[in-house]
Design a protein around this ligand. Structure first.
Ligand code: PA5
Length: 470
């Protein structure tokens, strides 16, 4: 599997290459005591059960078998598999499906989909989207996967309630129950109780694994398997990366090095991290990563209670598309960001540009080359432009995009996020800022138990008309 190992090239983060605005080896040397203590903290947390997501590549063989059996049992009964989830319960399933399958997966006929159902992910409560969805789909031909770790997220549960009601209007109780499968915590929240009472097939998210670290649990594995993705290979890729990430030597551990470079970049005011895959298939990996990095590291206080306002803003971009939109800013704009390019050595398909217009030099040079070569060359050219402009950038390369390499990539970013949390001395596994918004929503709806929050909200200053332009 060594031939499928990811490569991590951080030359262009370093001052030897991009000059004074880069990171010096001596900067990294100075961080060594902090790096060593972060490594110890990671190892201790893992041993004491504080990082259960790290064991997922190894401890799920029964779950995987159960998922595969379930998929084989039901896949022919449904036209579409519809995920109802949000945040960590939606971004991973979308990223993995897009990476492994055709971008036109749902448009393919069933045979070309390998006999698997279409996949839709409903991750918002936009009323238009759901209504348009119902215009297009027959709910009695869908299997709905309600995914919620907490089992009480309003957005997901509201969608679940709408679907349940629709199914019950069209089907008998017994039939309707076969159209819902739940993925949730074993004991916490409403969903597990409802699933038990109403007889839904249920998969469990291990209790020590938080939402954004849950892609390698049934949260991600069930939707992936339902599209014919090899989930065993994904977990093998994660296990392969886990071995690499056990090494305390940051020069051998790409996840640690990613975190260290990001930490050093943040110290220099580079508080934006652009992720720019040069492959459409990896576009949604940037979305998945954005949540992981933002929600984990964006924290007001450190673990000692000091106000630190930590974090680095993730920005999503796509090569080459955003060369014609964002790269001008990245090369000539402020020195406030690091840019992460993700490349692919071998694409699954090859598209040749025909040898036309040989007499027009600005077009003729394209004739006979492949788009594969074109996208890779443009990636190298962007890397060069960034290097020349003195802008921090690094490149992660996948030998090819498949389940094994994707498992490596996702797992590497998870470890990097955990390690960055240790370096920043913050809790990377909570999200108090998200809770505030959730609680304010509950208060506005007058949910029992949120009376004080409602009073707090009602005491906020009235908006001034003069600041509203109509
Ligand atoms: O990372 C997290 O914990 C969150 O982003 C959650 O994934 C998100 O809020 C959805 O939560 P739940 O799965 O409990 O519905």
């Amino acid at each position: 599997m060594e031939n499928l190992r990811l490569r991590f090239d951080f030359n262009n983060m370093m001052s030897d290459f991009i000059g004074d605005r880069g990171i010096k080896e001596s900067d990294i040397e100075k961080l060594m005591p902090r790096i060593e203590s972060a490594h110890r903290a990671m190892a201790e947390k893992r041993l004491s059960g504080g990082m259960d997501w790290r064991d997922l590549p190894y401890n799920q063989s029964r779950t995987v078998d159960e998922i595969i059996d379930y998929v084989n049992e039901v896949k022919d009964d449904f036209e579409a598999f519809v995920v109802l989830g949000i945040g960590g319960s939606a971004l991973g399933p979308m990223a993995v499906q897009q990476a492994i399958k055709s971008p036109y997966y749902n448009e393919l006929d069933r045979e070309k989909r390998g006999g698997f159902p279409k996949l839709y992910v409903m991750d918002n409560v936009d009323p238009e989207r759901l209504a348009y969805f119902f215009d297009m789909i027959d709910v009695t031909k869908c299997l709905f996967n309600c995914i919620s770790k907490s089992g009480s997220t309003s957005e997901t549960m509201s969608q679940f309630m709408i679907i349940k009601e629709m199914l019950s209007q069209k089907l008998t109780k017994e039939e309707a129950s076969k159209h819902i499968v739940c993925t949730t915590d074993r004991s916490n929240g409403n969903l597990i109780k409802i699933a038990g009472q109403e007889g839904y097939k249920t998969f469990i998210i291990p209790s020590g694994v938080g939402g954004r670290f849950s892609e390698l649990t049934p949260v991600g594995l069930l939707p992936a398997a339902m599209c014919g993705i090899d989930i065993k290979k994904m977990l093998e890729g994660a296990a392969f990366m886990d071995e690499i990430c056990k090494d305390g030597d940051i020069y051998k551990n790409p996840a640690y090095m990613y975190a260290v470079l990001s930490f050093a970049a943040m110290k220099q005011g580079k508080n934006i991290a652009v992720m720019m895959p040069y492959a459409d298939s990896l576009r949604l990996v940037s979305d998945w990563f954005a949540q992981l990095w933002a929600e984990s590291l964006g924290k007001r206080t450190d673990k000692y209670g000091n106000e630190v306002f930590a974090g680095q803003t993730p920005v999503k971009a796509l090569g080459v598309t955003d060369q014609h939109s964002q790269v001008q800013l990245y090369t000539e704009g402020p020195f406030d960001k690091m840019i992460v390019l993700i490349g692919v050595d071998n694409f699954r398909r090859e598209t040749i540009i025909p040898e036309l217009y040989g007499d027009i030099p600005s077009l003729g040079f394209l004739g006979g080359i492949t788009q594969n070569k074109l996208i890779q060359t443009e990636q190298m050219a962007t890397e060069y432009a960034l290097y020349k402009a003195g802008k921090m950038n690094l490149t992660i390369t996948l030998p090819e995009v498949n389940e094994f390499t994707l498992g490596q990539l996702l797992y590497m970013f998870e470890v990097a996020t955990g390690f960055a949390g240790e370096l920043l001395e913050i809790n990377a596994f909570d999200q108090p800022g998200v809770e505030e918004g959730k609680n304010a929503t509950y208060a506005m709806f007058g949910r029992p138990g949120y009376e004080d929050k409602k009073k707090e909200l009602d005491s906020r200053p009235e908006k001034k008309e003069k600041y509203i332009i109509k």
